[in-house]
Design a protein around this ligand. Structure first.
Ligand code: MSP
Length: 499
């Protein structure tokens, strides 16, 4: 990952406010939260940006349906996103709303530059537009004349618009992607984007005449800025407005695959048009696409009524357990996956109640029973590996080493193998459980045994400390609770079993 004086800029998509936050939005935001916390522990200065995308026809229609003005509606739903992120303990640096005046002003400023750089021209657009996707579509995007995602016929649009000379920049973008200067991961996502470029793309309309809920084009007030251009500029307008351009450019942008094209083609294109076409240092360093998930095999949708609100999971499982459950449903960044609601209880019970929670309770209780002095946990590296065990060459040490060899925690996390990084922690948990089962450190029959058992417990406390450090980015409150318990030798259940 590129660094600017120890600074890292991480971004999520900004979410549409046409409906309430769901666990799809939570998934992306949570993953960036984990990375943010990880890099902050390593001493990096991280700017984590998320927010809401509030303009365009889709939002205006949703507001109308709700009997509210667009602004009232946006205020309400945007507030729900903020509350959800608070409940999920998301530690963002800034929450952008595209209806913020400061954003609107900077978008206008940016577009003025594109115009004076000769990248915009007036033209007639005649074609089809899908409001659900907020994009112009062609027949090849449709199935039986309908948008396959929104199951509705697109609108016919014919209007005078301002166009952006995207075609002119495509060879440059293609070359940057092919050479990984604009890194798109995983490989499958890169091929998909290159495939789209190969098929050929037209110049895009960057304004709409028939849509009034948007930012006015500075030189032609009868037109509003196309919502995707407005939205894609947020990563830049925020730093501009906060005077924090030292974080620029974006180091890592994370998203689902359905918006790859916008972030990997259109976004770099408008940046090149603004900064000059050799300004590759202004482009995002990495765009990463994670899998898209279904719920019990079905797409999350209002019609099916299977949209999962993260707040409901938090109510049932708690914040940290919800964070864990969401991130362990399927491998991160690979293929699409499925969230099986019926199996969440089982996973909670096995990994959290019986796994982590039970281990902490066993070790802390034994420490209290044997009056093992509370250990002073030296600040350990989040990467693990610094624990100093009492019993050198012990079985515990062997187990720990084996567990650590299986996954490299830091490497996994830095390569966004988030589930593997969690796997590394659960290997350690397993290693400790094994030791407790074989060493049975509760036997106090004679002095010799007692001394050995005390050492085993001390070592287990050290490893627990290490587990807590590794858990910090994922389950920050749990990590603190574990550290507190091993300091005070007071056991409190972390994850009550669900029946
Ligand atoms: N507003 C645009 C993005 C503009 S960014 C300049 C948008 N918003 S959205 O509300 O539809 O959010 C899409 C993103 O939410 C996905 O790219 C992904 O990050 C996340 N997810 C939404 N549903 C999801 C799943 N079912 N599974 C995984 N991630 C999901 O597109």
């Amino acid at each position: 990952m590129a660094e600017k004086d120890n600074k890292i800029y991480l971004t999520t998509p900004i979410y549409y406010v046409n409906s309430k936050p769901h666990i799809g939005h939570a998934y992306t935001t949570l993953a960036i939260d984990v990375l943010t916390r990880y890099y902050r522990i390593l001493g990096k200065e991280v700017f984590f940006l998320t927010g809401t995308d509030e303009h365009g026809a889709k939002i205006a229609e949703a507001a109308q349906k709700a009997g509210k003005t667009p602004q009232e509606f946006c205020d309400e739903i945007s507030g729900l996103f903020k509350t959800a992120w608070q409940n999920l303990n998301i530690d963002y640096s800034y929450f952008i709303r595209t209806t913020d005046k400061s954003h609107e002003e900077k978008v206008a400023e940016f577009l003025n530059v594109l115009k004076s750089n000769g990248y915009l021209y007036e033209g007639e657009y005649a074609g089809k537009y899908c409001v659900g996707c907020e994009k112009f579509v062609t027949d090849k995007d449709l199935v039986d004349g309908k948008c396959p995602d929104h199951k509705c016929e697109p609108q016919d649009v014919a209007e005078e618009n301002w166009f952006f000379k995207l075609r002119q920049l495509l060879p440059k973008i293609k070359e940057l992607i092919e050479s990984d200067k604009l890194l798109i991961l995983p490989e499958k996502a890169k091929s998909e984007v290159l495939g789209v470029i190969k098929q050929g793309l037209d110049d895009v309309s960057i304004s709409r005449k028939s849509v009034s809920w948007g930012i006015k084009l500075p030189w032609e007030e009868s037109q509003t800025v196309y919502v995707w251009i407005d939205a894609l500029l947020n990563y830049w307008t925020v730093l501009q407005n906060l005077g924090k351009m030292e974080f620029w450019p974006v180091d890592l942008h994370l998203m689902g695959r359905e918006i790859l094209k916008f972030h990997c083609i259109m976004w770099p294109a408008i940046l090149l048009a603004y900064y000059g076409d050799d300004a590759i240092d202004q482009l995002p360093k990495q765009a990463f696409c994670h899998g898209y998930f279904t719920i019990d095999g079905q797409k999350m949708s209002k019609t099916i009524g299977n949209i999962v609100d993260p707040n409901d999971l938090i109510k049932k499982y708690g914040t940290d357990a919800t964070r864990y459950l969401l991130l362990t449903q399927f491998p991160f960044g690979g293929n699409d996956g499925d969230v099986s609601l019926s199996r969440l209880d089982e996973k909670y019970n096995s990994d959290l109640a019986s796994g982590l929670g039970n281990l902490v309770a066993r070790v802390v209780t034994l420490a209290t029973k044997l009056k093992v002095q509370p250990v002073r946990i030296a600040t350990q590296s989040v990467a693990g590996g610094s624990a100093k065990l009492k019993v050198k060459g012990s079985r515990l040490e062997q187990n720990i080493l084996e567990a650590k060899n299986k996954y490299n925690f830091s490497l996994a996390l830095e390569n966004l193998k988030i589930d593997e990084a969690l796997g590394a922690i659960w290997e350690l948990i397993g290693a400790c459980d094994k030791i407790i089962d074989t060493e049975k450190p509760w036997e106090l029959a004679n002095e010799k045994l007692k001394t050995k058992n005390e050492k085993v417990i001390k070592d287990l406390l050290v490893v627990l400390g290490e587990i807590a450090e590794m858990l910090k980015p994922f389950m920050p409150q749990t990590a603190d609770k574990i550290l507190e318990q091993i300091k005070t030798n007071k056991s409190e259940p972390l994850f009550p079993r669900l029946n």
